[in-house]
Unconditional design. Sequence first.
Length: 425
Amino acid sequence: MPTRSRQVRYGSAPARIGIIGVIILAQVLVVGAGWWSGSRGVLTEVVENYSQMVETSLHDAASGIAIVISELNIDSIEPNTPGGERVRALIQNLDLPGGAGVSLVSNDGQTLYQSDNVRTVGSSYEAVVPLNQYDASLVIRAPVAGMESARNAATSAITLRAWLGGVIIISLTGVVGLILVSLHERRLIRANESLGSEIRNQTSTLLAAREGMIVGLAKLADYRDTDTGRHLDRICAYSALLAELARDAFPGRIDDDFIESLRLAASLHDIGKVGIPDAVLLKPGKLNPEERKLIEKHPQIGAETLDSIRTRYGHDVLLDMGYDIALSHHEWWDGTGYPQGLAGEEIPFAARIVSIVDVYDALTSSRVYKPAMTHSRALQIMEEGRGTQFDPTLLDIFLSHAGLFDQVRHDLQPSPLELPRNLAA
């Protein structure tokens, strides 16, 4: 089967731009990270110290308010109770510095009381003190005021200097990066060409080994049947020819790869005959019912043989097609064939092609139990199987181009030296 390779091009302008873009982005990230960690280190420490001081003050205030509430000597702080009203009045009258707001929240998350300014507090510091005797907590929130503007004012000059330095660094390293990428591209192109050649050689070797194995398996069965002459060569040629002629009638099913796979896989159609006794396979007379049952087992034997290969080495387009052909090339379009009784489109497409050309070759070839039929007589018999034994569309294509198949038959007739002794005499 022909192989196709595609060479990767590393030297294109989009590739270069992409690589340089990645380099610049990395530099921006490095410069930004350096600026962030270096210039803001001190400021971050100041902000953290301030935050700790604020949080400590808030916690102290919350603890003091909690002590006051506990000293009210009330049994309940629930709303609409005397104790609750005293707590509500206490919270409403609190005037904490910095715009801090106070809330009393039950343990189930319900806000019992809160000062009016709590609703206006956005980003804030927070302190929470539990009131265990009342199953609630006292929460104080103080807004963060002025910290962002102070920090931004202090860092604006540092930011400007950092970005100017970053632009200079990025520009210089970008030029150097472009030079290095161009040099690296040349090495990659040479390596790609060498690798592509090596892959093509290895692929060609593997395909040759695979095809050799398949041809060997097919020949093993062919040698058992001494009457077939160049049967395998003709079946492969007929199958590829019929598939090519049927390409337009079956769009999407047949392409060059399918035809090349079929040309080789068709040779596996009778591989199962290696499991049929010589007394049956080479019998010169008519088969009795028991012998007929034995000969009809060869599709299953062939399929099992190929399936064992797939199980060990994995699925492959060629092996899968060979499996379908070996198992189903004796199925009939009307469902009366063997071994599974498949009908119509249930029959694998490749097997329907091989079924037609296999019968044609059997009719026009000499066997120990019959002489070869003429081309015209074989066509008459095959036409009788339209819609019963054969796919009617494929058969019509075969019959309309029968002269081409007759020419292949003449070209691939065995020489007297190739014929079995009983046919060459």
